[in-house]
Design a protein around this ligand. Sequence first.
Ligand SMILES: NC(=O)c1ccc[n+]([C@@H]2O[C@H](COP(=O)([O-])OP(=O)(O)OC[C@H]3O[C@@H](n4cnc5c(N)ncnc54)[C@H](OP(=O)(O)O)[C@@H]3O)[C@@H](O)[C@H]2O)c1
Length: 326
Amino acid sequence: MRAVLCKTFCKPDGLVVEDFPEPGAPGPGQVKVRIAAAGVQFVDVLMIAGEYQFKPEPPFIPGMEAAGTVEAVGNGVRGIAPGDKVITRHRPGAFCERAVIDASAVLPMPENLSFAQAAGFTSAYSTAYHSLVQGARLQPGETVLVHGAAGGIGLAAVQLAKLMGATVIATASRDDKLEVVGENGADHLINYSEGGFRDKVKALTGGRGADVVYDPVGGDVFDESMRCINWGARLLILGFTGGRPALAKTNHLLIKGASAIGIRMGGFNEHEPELARENMNKILQLAADGKVKPHVSHTFPLEEVAAAMQVIVDRKLVGKCVLEVT
Ligand SMILES: NC(=O)c1ccc[n+]([C@@H]2O[C@H](COP(=O)([O-])OP(=O)(O)OC[C@H]3O[C@@H](n4cnc5c(N)ncnc54)[C@H](OP(=O)(O)O)[C@@H]3O)[C@@H](O)[C@H]2O)c1
């Protein structure tokens, strides 16, 4: 089968696509899946560079999420059958034609999603849902400031925060990206490459500031966010695409009665598996009901994995970027 290989930690153009032995029959509790599409994420770019918190030993097949069709199930697997369309999660190993994974990493695919939409769905929406529900305890009527709102986890947060009855102020670095963010429900759009966002957020909230800040960018963006928050604000720390973590000024947190809250899905899944499963069922139902709609801005064939990752590095992505595999 064809597979993407990371033979040594590298930039996207260091990846190779090669013939690779197909996995055999699934063992007990395992499922074999023909992968139709795989989601490409910022995390994959970090992982192949050896810069992610979890560092697989090269050579490895990258890719954390995919969607496809079940080909075979091992002994003891219940509720999953050959022919089922499924969403799959990998640690890593999604960028190839076939994979054998634990049945616990296989989810039913909502019928109204395409393989491409389903491939990029779970990580973004489960992260956004956990952040807003358990992290921020978001209440209807509150104002959420979503940074990097055109990104994978950003756009999911825009859609979910609107569903939860919040007012959404969304930031991104380009007007064309913001246009799509607006089509996805954001109430107010700010291009933060044009002189920051603090004064605009203050003006939009009658001087109060945001109740919740959803921040995958960090650095200067986090620092500026600290200057436009309401009393009791919750600042959700999701990632550092801007290049550096910020140092939260505790005196500012104190003055505003505010909290800085770290979000780590890996830790949440490990420490609170039942709640994580409940969340996942809820977001799958929201997708099945058409209440959230994953947006895919770019698709590439498997062979063009480097180009797909470069879209992320170049900040061109809106929503998700997907590899079409089989
Ligand atoms: N904590 C968790 O559990 C968790 C879960 C999933 C992902 N993450 C992290 O969250 C972050 C975002 O993930 P994602 O999948 O949404 O990524 P993404 O789709 O690539 O979106 C990231 C956004 O960050 C913005 N950005 C700002 N500076 C950037 C830079 N120098 N390079 C690239 N993008 C930049 C971009 O928007 P503009 O160009 O509009 O600024 C982009 O839309 C990553 O750091 C990822 O590791 C964390």
